[in-house]
Design a protein around this ligand. Structure first.
Ligand SMILES: Nc1ncnc2c1ncn2[C@@H]1O[C@H](COP(=O)(O)OP(=O)(O)OP(=O)(O)O)[C@@H](O)[C@H]1O
Ligand code: SF4
Ligand SMILES: [Mg+2]
Length: 375
């Protein structure tokens, strides 16, 4: 246990180190970036995104939060990836890192690459691309649907003008009347029956479900290659959630975009995703095809998540919840982060953090129970 004096000394040191980092970061941001620094080659041309050992940290006054700590996965073209895990495991920070929308200067990408294949055939590392290029990518190649529609919608403009604006930025040469026609069509596509009328309405005049449909229409307006949906239904009530999910499912088959779907809800992932990434305390602990994860979950944490699905219990049975809590992200142990909650712990679990062990071509798990497979 540290004395108050020693703890205060440590806190002062953390602040000093952070200030130095923020200055370094400011200098890096201010300089011109040459194309050689961010132009890259994709490992596989069928992938739209290749996230490679991504590290995103928050340098806070009480220490460094390793929010994303060495995450690697691909998003193939036209496919849906489900990212699941408990609150605070780094799902949103992964998506904000892709978009470069982290809260700066505390939040910084400290390592790794996010390779993205642009429409023009070039590939770039999003973690190093100049900010101007990122702004173009956000409006033209990647769009994001947040949990709460009002974080995207501006309350002082009609929904129609907001969808028009996205189309206008995306395809500068379109005539005003054509842009409007397209916005109304998009509203119809997302299941809004009286689209002409809704086009002229303000966000506050719509229900939560309608607003989220408008946000999805806006996300589609730039015809994105990638849609990131971060808990798109969590803020909605249960019946509306089901309707929005139906909508997303039907859109998935009608558009060519890849989708990164972040959710707590494994049921949603089972229905929508082609591949699943399970995160725990900033790392991937298991990944595979949806079939791999649902038919053969291996990591004790994934097994716990499966057991805690509400539809897995019989009538009168108590809902299972994984005992214990996620470890403090500022002070992560050297061994497996799940050890203090794991009922299947073996002696090996006190060793350094387990690597991702390949079980098949598609299925990987970070758990010492599968060390045999590694050999
Ligand atoms: N701006 C920030 N400053 C400091 N720490 C942050 C910041 N944003 C996120 N974090 C930390 O990063 C970690 C990952 O957070 P993240 O928001 O990605 O979790 P999540 O998996 O999306 O959780 P949820 O399911 O609750 O949305 C958490 O420990 C969180 O406290
Ligand atoms: S490595 Fe050990 S502690 Fe970690 S999940 Fe596997 S069995 Fe449990
Ligand atoms: Mg989140």
């Amino acid at each position: 246990m540290l004395s108050d004096k020693e703890r205060n000394r440590q806190l002062r040191q953390i602040k000093k180190d952070n200030l130095r980092r923020y200055r370094q970061f400011g200098r890096k941001q201010g300089r011109k970036i040459a194309p050689e620094e961010y132009e890259v080659q994709m490992r596989d041309p069928d992938n739209l995104v290749e996230i490679d050992d991504l590290q995103t940290h928050f340098f806070t006054d009480i220490g460094t939060v390793r929010a994303v700590d060495g995450v690697t996965f691909d998003i193939p073209r036209g496919r849906t990836i489900g990212v699941v895990g408990e609150s605070g495991c780094g799902k949103s920070v992964t998506s904000l890192s892709i978009m470069r929308l982290l809260q700066e200067p505390q939040g910084q990408i400290t390592g790794g690459q996010v390779r993205f294949s642009l429409r023009d055939g070039k590939a770039i590392d999003l973690t190093k691309a100049p900010l101007k290029m990122m702004q173009h990518i956000r409006g033209n190649e990647i769009s994001m649907i947040f949990q709460e529609p009002m974080t995207t919608l501006n309350p002082v403009f009609t929904v129609g003008s907001q969808i028009d604006e996205v189309s206008r930025l995306h395809s500068g040469r379109m005539k005003k009347a054509d842009i409007r026609k397209r916005s109304v069509e998009l509203l119809r596509l997302v299941g809004i029956a009286n689209a002409e009328r809704v086009y002229r309405m303000y966000p506050h005049e719509l229900s939560g479900g309608m607003r989220q449909r408008v946000v999805i229409a806006m996300a589609l307006a730039c015809d994105p290659q990638l849609i990131i949906a971060d808990e798109p239904t969590t803020a909605l009530d249960v019946t509306i959630q089901a309707q929005i999910l139906d909508l997303m499912r039907s859109l998935k088959d009608r558009i060519n975009s890849s989708i990164m779907l972040i959710t707590h809800d494994l049921g949603v992932v089972a229905e929508m995703a082609d591949y699943v990434v399970v995160m725990y305390a900033g790392r991937i602990i298991e990944q595979g095809t949806t079939m791999d994860i649902f038919k053969n979950p291996l990591h004790p944490y994934t097994v716990g998540l499966m057991k805690s699905r509400p539809n897995m219990i019989e009538e009168g049975e108590k809902l299972y919840s994984i005992p214990g809590n996620v470890p403090n992200p500022i002070d992560l142990p050297d061994h497996c982060y799940f050890r203090n909650r794991c009922a299947r712990c073996i002696a090996k679990c006190s060793d350094p953090y387990p690597p991702l062990i390949p079980i098949s071509d598609t299925h990987k798990v970070a758990c010492w129970l599968y060390e045999e497979e590694r050999r």
